[in-house]
Design a protein around this ligand. Structure first.
Ligand SMILES: Cc1cc2nc3c(=O)[nH]c(=O)nc-3n(C[C@H](O)[C@H](O)[C@H](O)COP(=O)(O)OP(=O)(O)OC[C@H]3O[C@@H](n4cnc5c(N)ncnc54)[C@H](O)[C@@H]3O)c2cc1C
Length: 492
């Protein structure tokens, strides 16, 4: 380690996924790092809530691309943090109002058989779709997800040029739903694959067909479940950061960043060389970084949000799995309501995640911890009290109808998370789950770059920054950002 490297000091604002990823990477390059978070703990949106023997991961529930976590945990060649996960063989159970049910499996042969048996969808349609999804991944991954789109050198590599020659296969100019309607025979298959747009908070009726890359993450690389629950991802990254010497200051809201000589002060503390902003860029542009970020970043078109009920259920449902979807009858209307009328549809698609299916101590014996989520608009001054009351009733009616049960009789504990609360807790602009919207085909280029072109030493990472939201992309965002810092400060 060189003398120069040891001298560098960095502050990371926010201990979300990207903030932890950046802190670990900087510390492993010999930088002295302090992470500040306004909350009393790390993890950001990856929260946890417990009551009466029920435990919930309050934010993300689906874990893909665990290699990005492993890469961080072994960054110094030591395996000194315990983090175990299993691959799901059965990925998700699907339910429709007309009684149709299907199980999506990791095994592609089984998956094709299930599509044929339950939906009459020919094998070749599924095969072609999954091959196309993989191709899209191979073309976009190295360019759009692993590098800055705002650095000239990204465009000078042979790999990038090859990707640009193949861009027609990415289908930027086609619409996701329209493309899927061309591909599949059964409208339920279209709905099944359109749902992947919600993995980054998009509207499948508006978003480019490029988002058909998302199923490859699940069926190509697999879906996983950490043995100690999703929150253990944040626990493991926090432990690793501490082992590398990163310091954390919780319950510390950063309200001012100022330029002092060639460095910066944060809340008028010591001068540091590097500031990495993991807080939402719109909140940062209105708050601590208002002197450093263009005012056009104060507002962006956010991704969709969600309304979540955490229900402690006093019985078990063998027909349910770790991940379950109860589809709406009119998917287009549901998304029109969310994205254009900014309300929750009367017949929402309901996602039920039950971690106690795998992690038995997440619920008392014979019981289940239900994380019940519907897609919701971002917070835009709606009457949330009324909307939540109505949505709760519609969800209950739908679950009762499909599972032939009176679920209200089985709810023992209850807690809620709304777009307004997501905004309040994490500073996420309008409570967006995944930063800025990906509905626009230029979204990748419009997102906040990972660095400031005007202010040396100022960098950005996280869901509102390139390459976008979701655990894997936020971890990559931290990587892109620290790779740029390493070049700027010669941290080799
Ligand atoms: C309900 C829900 C479900 C989701 N489901 C999935 C899923 O299944 N799979 C998936 O991959 N992703 C999912 N996501 C998205 C995923 O959680 C996020 O994309 C990711 O965790 C965001 O990480 P981030 O680095 O952007 O930071 P965030 O988690 O947004 O954290 C930012 C941090 O900055 C802190 N901060 C903000 N302002 C300040 C300030 N002024 N001073 C100090 N600290 C500040 C906040 O307290 C927060 O801790 C979901 C999100 C939610 C909310």
């Amino acid at each position: 380690m060189t003398h120069q490297k040891k001298d560098k000091k960095a502050v990371v604002i926010g201990a979300g996924m990207a903030g932890l990823s950046s802190a670990i990477r900087l510390a492993s390059r010999g930088v002295r790092v302090t992470v500040y978070d306004q909350q009393g703990t790390y993890g950001g949106k990856m929260g946890v809530w417990e009551q009466d023997g029920y435990r919930y991961d309050t934010g993300p529930s689906l874990f893909t691309m665990p290699q990005y976590v492993n890469e961080l945990l072994s960054i110094d060649g030591k395996s000194d943090v315990d983090f175990k996960y299993m691959e799901l063989q059965s990925i998700c159970n699907y339910f429709w109002e007309d009684g149709t049910r299907m199980k999506a499996t990791k095994d592609i042969e089984q998956l094709k058989e299930e599509f044929l048996k339950q939906l009459g969808e020919p094998n070749e349609n599924i095969e072609d779709f999954l091959t196309d999804s993989k191709t899209k991944f191979e073309i976009t991954n190295h360019v759009f997800l692993e590098k800055s789109l705002h650095k000239l050198r990204t465009y000078l590599s042979w790999g990038t040029l090859k990707s640009f020659f193949s861009l027609s296969k990415v289908e930027v100019f086609k619409n996701m739903n329209a493309r899927n309607e061309q591909r599949f025979k059964n409208p339920k298959t279209v709905q099944f694959f359109n749902r992947y747009a919600t993995y980054n908070g998009s509207n499948p009726y508006e978003a480019p067909a490029t988002l058909n890359v998302i199923p490859h993450y699940e069926f190509g690389f697999g879906a996983f479940f950490p043995e100690k629950g999703i929150r253990s991802i944040a626990d493991a990254l926090y432990q690793k950061a501490c082992l590398l010497g990163v310091e954390f200051e919780f319950d510390t809201r950063i309200s001012k960043v100022a330029k002092v000589g060639k460095g910066y002060t944060v809340n008028e503390g010591e001068v540091v060389d590097i500031v990495v902003c993991n807080m939402d860029v719109a909140s940062a542009a209105k708050g601590p970084l208002k002197d450093f970020i263009s005012s056009k970043r104060k507002n962006y078109e956010p991704s969709g949000s969600a309304l979540i009920f955490y229900w402690g259920i006093d019985r078990e449902f063998p027909e349910l799995d770790l991940h379950n979807i109860f589809f709406s009858d009119d998917y287009k209307k549901e998304f029109e309501n969310i994205f254009y009328r900014k309300k929750i549809d009367d017949d929402p698609t309901v996602y039920v995640h039950i971690s106690s299916k795998f992690k038995k101590d997440d619920a008392p014996e014979g019981c289940e911890n239900w994380f019940v989520m519907v897609n919701a608009p971002y917070a835009d001054g709606q009457d949330w009290e009324n909307m939540i009351r109505e949505a709760r009733q519609h969800i209950i009616t739908k679950i009762n109808r499909i599972l032939e049960v009176d679920i209200t009789k089985h709810i023992r504990v209850e807690h809620q998370l709304t777009p307004e609360l997501i905004q309040r807790n994490t500073g996420s602009y309008k409570g967006a789950l995944y930063g800025s919207s990906s509905n626009n085909r230029m979204a990748a280029f419009l997102r906040q770059p990972n660095f400031s072109s005007d202010h040396k030493g100022l960098y950005f990472c996280g869901g509102s920054v390139h390459p976008g939201g979701g655990i894997p992309l936020c971890l990559l965002s931290g990587k892109i950002t620290t790779d740029i810092i390493a070049r700027d400060f010669n941290l080799y």
